[in-house]
Ligand binder design. Structure first.
Ligand SMILES: Cc1cc2nc3c(=O)[nH]c(=O)nc-3n(C[C@H](O)[C@H](O)[C@H](O)COP(=O)(O)OP(=O)(O)OC[C@H]3O[C@@H](n4cnc5c(N)ncnc54)[C@H](O)[C@@H]3O)c2cc1C
Length: 364
């Protein structure tokens, strides 16, 4: 009889693992998940790389150029090797579930209960050789959060440079925290416009909407449009990597989110690839995906972000000024080398950086 792998949660991480069933032929794979709320759809953005090349057939749009803008400057990046892409969550989940089911993964719509390090479905204990848990984690409200609301619009005239994504435009209200507009033009007429904040407090929806409308009117000079989709999210900007006695945490609860940026999608793919290789070679399973140096630097960077005495919009422009498109994509995807780190560190404000470095080194 085959050994069993139980997966709790059928979101990004759970299904990324389940769809690798062809590489885990010696196992029966059971996936337990709640029924997804189809209304809760959104985009996942990431830089394409060799490792996640296969995902590209579900890509909605690929940009070879992207920008970071503040009131005084803009940095433009170009990469053909690591373009910025987005996929739509619901399409990706649907496709992944169908691939998993074709590979004989058993998908159950059941709530899993965790009690004293064991997992139960309808009162029956899960007994898999491996249990992977991807349920969303709880997190403290007093940590720095990335929170956002976005609208996808269609306007009646050709308005957008659809060849260039704007990852951060700081020309918006900075009174509530670090605030930028994320702008993804899908065509000359259609775009996603998102108001994103780094702060401790999630704002009322009306704040983000007001800021988006201001940006469309004053910066992009767009007056007539219809809203075709909306998305909302809150992502912790702190390292959450839960460790359990009898299970392995994956996805957001398993430390996949990069604390300083909130990017998670590509890190989940790296994490699952690593775990599949560990299972195949009967090695110990480890969910850590960010290297220790990156996490240390992220902590320092987040501490710097909390400092009131420096201009964060200028900091983002400065930090990325000397990076090529390839280098920035690699930096954001956790694939930096020494040369890239050196370019970034050189641009950090020395005194503020040193104070944060000492603080993080002493107190964690
Ligand atoms: C609006 C939004 C936009 C984002 N945009 C980006 C982006 O552009 N780029 C990026 O890299 N990251 C992005 N992220 C972050 C990240 O990619 C996602 O949150 C990702 O979905 C995390 O995957 P996951 O598998 O850990 O969790 P989820 O995808 O949330 O999956 C959790 C699963 O657990 C199931 N579940 C919950 N409780 C139970 C239970 N008791 N029993 C069984 N199943 C259960 C749920 O049904 C769900 O299927 C975004 C997040 C949000 C919310």
């Amino acid at each position: 009889m085959k050994n069993v792998i139980d997966i709790v949660g059928g979101g990004c991480a759970g299904l990324s693992l389940a769809k690798q069933a062809k590489n885990l032929k010696n196992y029966t794979i059971n996936l337990y998940t709640l029924i997804e709320d189809k209304k809760n759809d959104h985009y996942w953005g990431f830089w394409k790389s060799e490792e996640i090349q296969k995902l590209s057939n579900k890509t909605v749009k690929t940009w070879y150029n992207w920008k970071i803008i503040n009131h005084h400057n803009e940095n433009i990046f170009h990469s053909t090797k690591y373009p910025y892409c987005v996929i739509r969550k619901n399409n990706w989940l649907k496709e992944s579930k169908s691939i998993a089911e074709k590979l004989k993964v058993n998908v159950f719509n059941n709530k899993v209960i965790e009690k004293e390090n064991s997992y139960y479905v309808n009162g029956k204990k899960l007994n898999g050789e491996y249990i992977f848990d991807s349920r969303p984690p709880n997190f403290d409200n007093n940590i720095l959060l990335q929170h956002f609301h976005g609208i996808e619009i269609e306007c009646d005239e050709d308005k957008f440079d659809f060849k260039t994504a704007i990852l951060m435009d700081f020309r918006c209200d900075q009174s509530k925290g670090i605030h930028f507009i994320y702008f993804l033009p899908f065509s000359k007429k259609r775009a996603l416009v998102e108001s994103t904040l780094f702060s401790n407090k999630v704002e009322n929806k009306s704040f983000y909407i007001k800021e988006i409308k201001k940006y469309l009117k004053n910066i992009l000079k767009v007056h007539n449009y219809i809203i075709i989709h909306q998305e909302t999210g809150v992502i912790p900007m702190s390292y959450i990597c839960l460790q359990n006695k009898n299970s392995i945490n994956i996805g957001t609860r398993g430390g996949a989110t990069k604390p300083s940026s909130g990017y998670t999608f590509n890190f989940i793919q790296y994490q699952i690839n690593k775990i599949v290789n560990q299972i195949k070679s009967k090695k110990e399973i480890t969910n850590e995906i960010h290297n220790k140096f990156d996490l240390y630097m992220d902590k320092i960077f987040i501490d710097v972000l909390n400092k009131k005495q420096i201009s964060i919009p200028n900091l983002f422009i400065d930090l990325t000024k000397n990076l090529s498109g390839d280098e920035m994509a690699r930096f954001m995807s956790g694939k930096s080398d020494f040369k890239i780190w050196l370019k970034v560190i050189k641009k950090l404000p020395k005194v503020v950086f040193l104070i944060s470095l000492i603080k993080v080194s002493l107190y964690g």
